[in-house]
Write a protein that binds this ligand. Sequence first.
Ligand code: SF4
Length: 179
Amino acid sequence: MSRKIKIATTSLAGCFGCHMSFLDIDEHIMELADIVEFTRSPLTDIAECRNNDIGLIEGGVCNSENVHMLQEFRDNCKTLVAVGACAINGGLPALRNTIDVKQCLQESYVTGMGIENPQIPDDPELPLLLDKVYPIHEVVKVDHFLPGCPPSPEAFLTFIGALIAGRKPDLPYELLHYD
Ligand code: SF4
């Protein structure tokens, strides 16, 4: 029996909506389970990220921890996929890109409406915010892009099915969405 394809997934600055859409493939997840092993992923809670065939990245890059995670995935996944609008172009989190980081933090934690005990969090364990939210291909090399917010379950199935079969994913027009 040939070995299973190892897939790792993560969410950077994302909302987990892409992960939820992937899970919406319903019973097809059982078919995938016969040929795929999910390794590091919120779906498995496995933390180690080593020797994966495919890495699926949801979300843009907004802080130092995201950069570290993304580089770890690039180093440990033969094929890296930007999944969803946030990974591809920054998406909703990138709406902050027109505002200075200091101003963002000031309004979020000090001057915004309904704030009690105003204070910008400064625990040294908190990852540092980047100056803006970056699409992942501006930080590491990305092999494929799966658009949508989120991509539909059918798009996930078709796209990942092609990758598993060793083909270049080529989604039909009706599965291509950018919203
Ligand atoms: Fe959420 Fe849409 Fe971003 Fe996916 S692309 S993480 S569904 S906001």
